[in-house]
Design a binder for this molecule. Sequence first.
Ligand code: ATP
Ligand code: MG
Length: 441
Amino acid sequence: MRVYFTAIGKSILAKAFQAVKGMNDCLPSDSPLWQYLEQTLRQVVASYGYSEIRMPVLESTQLFCRSIGEVTDIVEKEMYTFVDRGEDSLTLRPEGTASCVRAGIEHGLLYNQQQRLWYMGPMFRRERPQKGRYRQFYQFGAETFGLQGPDIDAELIALSARLWQELGFADQVELQLNSLGSNQARESYKQILVDYFQQNIDQLDEDSQRRLGSNPLRILDSKNPAMVELIAGAPKLQQHLDQESKDHFEQLCAKLDSLGISYVVNPTLVRGLDYYNRTVFEWVTSSLGAQGTICAGGRYDGLVEQLGGQSTPACGFAMGLERIVLMLEQVDNIQTKLSPQVDVYVCMLGELAEKEGFIFSEDLRSKLPEVRIQNHCGGGNFKKQLKRADKSGAQIALILGENEIKESKVALKFLRENKEQLLLSHEDLIATLNKVLSKYG
Ligand code: ATP
Ligand code: MG
């Protein structure tokens, strides 16, 4: 779109501003769904006794390099990094776990303690934007510290499973599980994997050839369809697990069985970040096309120590909220679960009503704080005001005219039901609104 301005008698061409590529506005028509999701998330984590933590969106660049790993998609090519006026190198957080660990160490929340935390907020990755993949996106995450599992691993999975249940798409997601074993077991497996890929080097794509020397496990995570067969034939990590990790995994599976949570063991699931060990999991769906992972997590027992804290076991997950919103849009009758922005629209006809009407609706808000009341502003005739009332989405219009004001009454019109208009005293109005609106939750 182009906009023409005339400046100092000369016409110049100015391009209308647009949002930065891959960064979305959440418009008023979208926000009820987001609010519903956020409210459900808060309610579910609260029911497990988790506490909220809020971290800054900027951190020192080194925090992410050291935690996520130098040879990962995120650190190699997706971070928004800049030098802060010639001083420090800062990065817009691409994920929440590193920040959460940093905050935990900095404020002494982790040493010798148990923590169950959650966060929600924007993350930033310079990826190619497509459906379900953006440059600013929102994550909800849960992180637990000081608990060795596998009970806490199961709790985190149960919490996420409950969420899908609450949101109404549990039947469309599948839980995939794997164990990466101890760091030691992973090192010896790496060598076995390198040998296998070396023997098939001509079949590796460019990225994977590069990773062969630096991070061979990540080759298993490749999204390149041409490599599916080669990856499927690779030696399996599970056959090289240490005994403790094997036990941990078995106990986790047993716990999930006892909770009735079904899962698929996926031996090639390794996750794209370096800090994981033992349990890793992803919730995937086939309803979203290529961006099928809606939630991912696992254990990261070494990360706290790696970032300068005392050795602390840890486990967590993060989910991409845009992908969950896409799932929600496909849920039947989802609209009926969303809160309207306006319940009651107040029409004011004539000067006296305009003057008294604002006092009336302030009083109404004090008496009914849960009810969303919108005043008509800008005058106009009855027809115009009713049209606005209808557009607001309200169930009810309250009409104040000169007569109503003089008699201390108010007319109540049902906007969505074929019912007779009522003329009520102010006391009766409160009771009637309480009754009528409780029906709409
Ligand atoms: P993917 O394989 O889709 O790139 P990832 O392994 O990079 O995901 P994580 O870092 O584990 O993702 O982040 C957890 C979740 O955050 C993902 O499962 C996904 O739901 C969401 N997510 C990750 N990157 C994006 C993005 N660029 N836009 C929207 N959501 C994202
Ligand atoms: Mg990614």
